[in-house]
Design a protein around this ligand. Structure first.
Ligand code: MF3
Ligand code: CO
Length: 253
């Protein structure tokens, strides 16, 4: 069931997403060669808590594995999403993907971005650029009267025109009262399919785009999603609201 939010609820979801966006910028600013992902995780947690929020991913339960231990998901190069922050030291040339969720006043925000660590290769630059642009291609068609499937179709068409691939096993989602609500927002598919987009919907769109195969695997820690061919991946995510006939990106500072 897709939850329809009131203006007041969207105001709260915007507030949580603003903290998410600020925290992403803080991490981006500090993500340099020599820094560990755990140091960035601590910085993020402090910022969120000092703004009255709670890290939404910390303690997240997933059947059969440990609860997610971090504030941020920290995924490097072939790690697509859900990397666990730790002692890994960031190195020049890596793609560092950071995903952050915040809970405040009972409402969730969720967004992500990929960061270039120092100078990165031209093909990694293109992968990051195309992934970010594909998110905006998806947002562009997330308007009243269109369908949820239009989003994935727009993302997929754009990404594949560059020869990159769309991860199939993970998707975007409704967001706000829970971290993950209906509908599932796939990053691939057919135009004209899925639920009709209506005023009051709040959704997170999050293309995960691979340089090589779209296939992924999960590492032994039960969380880290990696590309099957170990080629690099990028991830960008925004939470958006559709209200009063307009589409607004909520995860901005
Ligand atoms: N943005 C990601 C998602 O929507 C982050 C979830 S991480 C988890 O799936 F720890 F909460 F699972
Ligand atoms: Co999400």
């Amino acid at each position: 069931m897709i939850l329809i939010k009131s203006k007041k609820e969207i105001d709260f979801i915007r507030e949580s997403n603003k903290i998410v966006a600020e925290t992403l910028q803080l991490v981006k600013h500090n993500a340099k060669p020599g820094v560990t992902t755990l140091e960035l995780d601590k910085m993020a947690e402090d910022w969120i808590r000092s703004n009255g929020g709670v890290p939404a991913f910390k303690g997240y339960k997933q059947y059969g594995t440990i609860d997610f231990p971090g504030t941020i998901c920290a995924s490097v190069d072939e790690e697509v999403v859900h990397g666990i922050p730790g002692n890994r030291i960031l190195k020049e040339g890596e793609i560092f993907s950071v995903d952050i969720g915040v809970l405040k006043n009972g409402y969730y925000g969720d967004a992500a971005l990929s960061i270039a660590i120092g100078e990165i290769s031209e093909d990694k630059k293109l992968l990051m650029k195309v992934t970010e642009e594909s998110l905006y291609k998806g947002i562009e068609v997330a308007v009243v009267g269109n369908r949820i499937g239009d989003i994935g179709a727009a993302v997929q068409q754009y990404v594949e025109s560059f020869g990159f691939s769309v991860v199939r096993d993970l998707c975007g989602h409704g967001v706000g009262i829970k971290l993950h609500e209906d509908p599932q927002v796939h990053n691939f598919g057919k135009k004209g399919t899925g639920a009709i987009i209506k005023n009051g919907m709040t959704i997170a769109i999050e293309p995960m785009i691979n340089m090589g195969t779209y296939k992924v695997e999960i590492l032994g820690d039960g969380w880290t999603v990696v590309t099957a061919d170990r080629k690099p991946s990028a991830h960008f995510e925004h939470s958006i609201a559709i209200f009063d006939g307009k589409t607004e990106i909520l995860s901005v500072s």
